[in-house]
Design a protein. Structure first.
Length: 141
Protein backbone atom coordinates (compact mmCIF):
# COMPACT_ATOMS: atom_id res chain seq x y z
CA UNK A 1 0.00 0.00 0.00
CA UNK A 2 1.35 3.42 -0.97
CA UNK A 3 1.76 5.90 1.89
CA UNK A 4 -0.16 9.20 1.63
CA UNK A 5 1.83 12.40 1.91
CA UNK A 6 0.33 15.70 2.90
CA UNK A 7 0.35 18.47 0.29
CA UNK A 8 0.08 22.18 0.89
CA UNK A 9 -3.34 23.55 1.60
CA UNK A 10 -4.61 27.07 1.54
CA UNK A 11 -2.44 30.14 1.96
CA UNK A 12 -2.57 31.01 5.64
CA UNK A 13 -0.64 34.29 5.58
CA UNK A 14 2.05 36.40 4.01
CA UNK A 15 4.59 37.79 6.48
CA UNK A 16 6.13 41.23 6.21
CA UNK A 17 9.14 42.27 8.28
CA UNK A 18 8.80 45.79 9.68
CA UNK A 19 11.16 47.97 11.72
CA UNK A 20 8.29 49.35 13.86
CA UNK A 21 5.16 47.24 14.34
CA UNK A 22 3.13 50.08 15.91
CA UNK A 23 3.80 52.43 13.01
CA UNK A 24 3.10 49.68 10.45
CA UNK A 25 -0.10 48.55 12.21
CA UNK A 26 -1.39 52.12 12.34
CA UNK A 27 -0.86 52.54 8.60
CA UNK A 28 -2.72 49.30 7.78
CA UNK A 29 -5.58 50.38 10.08
CA UNK A 30 -5.83 54.06 9.08
CA UNK A 31 -5.05 53.85 5.37
CA UNK A 32 -6.72 50.54 4.53
CA UNK A 33 -9.30 50.20 7.30
CA UNK A 34 -7.87 46.80 8.21
CA UNK A 35 -8.61 44.87 11.37
CA UNK A 36 -5.31 44.36 13.18
CA UNK A 37 -4.85 41.95 16.09
CA UNK A 38 -3.21 42.84 19.38
CA UNK A 39 0.60 42.41 19.37
CA UNK A 40 1.90 39.03 20.43
CA UNK A 41 5.49 38.34 21.56
CA UNK A 42 7.10 35.08 20.42
CA UNK A 43 10.49 34.81 22.17
CA UNK A 44 11.29 31.40 20.62
CA UNK A 45 11.09 33.02 17.17
CA UNK A 46 12.62 36.34 18.27
CA UNK A 47 9.67 38.42 17.06
CA UNK A 48 6.64 40.48 17.98
CA UNK A 49 3.71 39.90 15.60
CA UNK A 50 0.31 41.26 14.68
CA UNK A 51 -2.10 39.85 12.12
CA UNK A 52 -3.95 41.99 9.61
CA UNK A 53 -7.19 40.18 8.82
CA UNK A 54 -8.81 40.05 5.40
CA UNK A 55 -11.67 37.88 4.12
CA UNK A 56 -9.45 35.31 2.40
CA UNK A 57 -6.10 35.35 4.29
CA UNK A 58 -3.96 37.28 6.76
CA UNK A 59 -0.87 39.46 6.61
CA UNK A 60 1.54 38.95 9.50
CA UNK A 61 3.64 41.96 10.48
CA UNK A 62 6.91 40.94 12.18
CA UNK A 63 9.14 43.16 14.32
CA UNK A 64 12.41 41.82 15.77
CA UNK A 65 12.66 41.48 19.54
CA UNK A 66 16.44 41.97 19.53
CA UNK A 67 19.53 42.06 17.30
CA UNK A 68 19.74 38.23 17.28
CA UNK A 69 16.32 37.86 15.66
CA UNK A 70 16.24 36.56 12.08
CA UNK A 71 14.05 39.61 11.35
CA UNK A 72 16.86 41.94 12.51
CA UNK A 73 19.15 40.33 9.95
CA UNK A 74 16.47 40.71 7.27
CA UNK A 75 16.00 44.41 8.14
CA UNK A 76 19.74 45.09 7.79
CA UNK A 77 19.38 44.18 4.11
CA UNK A 78 15.89 45.73 3.83
CA UNK A 79 15.78 48.70 6.27
CA UNK A 80 12.22 49.72 5.35
CA UNK A 81 10.96 46.15 5.68
CA UNK A 82 9.50 43.84 3.08
CA UNK A 83 8.00 40.43 2.40
CA UNK A 84 9.66 37.85 4.63
CA UNK A 85 7.82 34.56 4.02
CA UNK A 86 4.69 32.82 2.79
CA UNK A 87 2.83 30.38 5.06
CA UNK A 88 0.81 27.44 3.74
CA UNK A 89 -1.37 25.11 5.76
CA UNK A 90 -0.82 21.36 5.87
CA UNK A 91 -2.97 18.70 7.49
CA UNK A 92 -0.06 16.58 8.72
CA UNK A 93 3.31 18.24 9.29
CA UNK A 94 5.05 14.91 10.00
CA UNK A 95 4.03 13.49 6.60
CA UNK A 96 4.87 16.75 4.84
CA UNK A 97 8.32 16.79 6.50
CA UNK A 98 8.97 13.20 5.43
CA UNK A 99 8.09 14.00 1.82
CA UNK A 100 10.23 17.15 1.86
CA UNK A 101 13.26 15.21 3.12
CA UNK A 102 12.72 12.47 0.52
CA UNK A 103 12.86 14.96 -2.34
CA UNK A 104 15.89 16.79 -0.94
CA UNK A 105 14.22 19.92 0.45
CA UNK A 106 15.82 21.41 3.56
CA UNK A 107 13.89 22.10 6.75
CA UNK A 108 15.59 24.96 8.58
CA UNK A 109 16.80 24.84 12.18
CA UNK A 110 16.99 21.45 13.83
CA UNK A 111 14.23 20.12 11.56
CA UNK A 112 11.71 19.82 14.39
CA UNK A 113 8.49 21.86 14.46
CA UNK A 114 8.15 24.82 16.81
CA UNK A 115 4.92 26.38 17.99
CA UNK A 116 3.95 29.38 15.86
CA UNK A 117 1.83 32.47 16.48
CA UNK A 118 -1.45 30.56 16.04
CA UNK A 119 -0.43 27.94 18.62
CA UNK A 120 0.15 25.31 15.92
CA UNK A 121 3.35 23.47 14.96
CA UNK A 122 5.34 25.14 12.16
CA UNK A 123 8.49 24.52 10.14
CA UNK A 124 10.39 26.75 7.74
CA UNK A 125 11.91 25.63 4.44
CA UNK A 126 15.20 26.77 2.90
CA UNK A 127 14.52 29.63 0.46
CA UNK A 128 16.95 28.40 -2.20
CA UNK A 129 14.88 25.21 -2.52
CA UNK A 130 11.79 27.31 -3.38
CA UNK A 131 12.88 29.96 -5.89
CA UNK A 132 14.35 32.24 -3.23
CA UNK A 133 11.18 32.29 -1.09
CA UNK A 134 11.12 31.37 2.59
CA UNK A 135 8.18 29.00 3.09
CA UNK A 136 6.49 28.31 6.41
CA UNK A 137 4.27 25.24 6.78
CA UNK A 138 1.70 25.32 9.58
CA UNK A 139 -0.20 22.23 10.70
CA UNK A 140 -3.94 22.89 10.74
CA UNK A 141 -6.30 20.11 11.81
Amino acid sequence: MEEFYSNIGRLNHIAIAVPNITKASNMWQKALGANVSKPQTLPEHGVKVVFVESPNTKVELLEPLNKNSPISKFLIKNPNGGMHHICYEVGDLKSASKKLKEVGATILGDGNPKIGAHGNPVIFLKPSDFSGTLIELEEIR
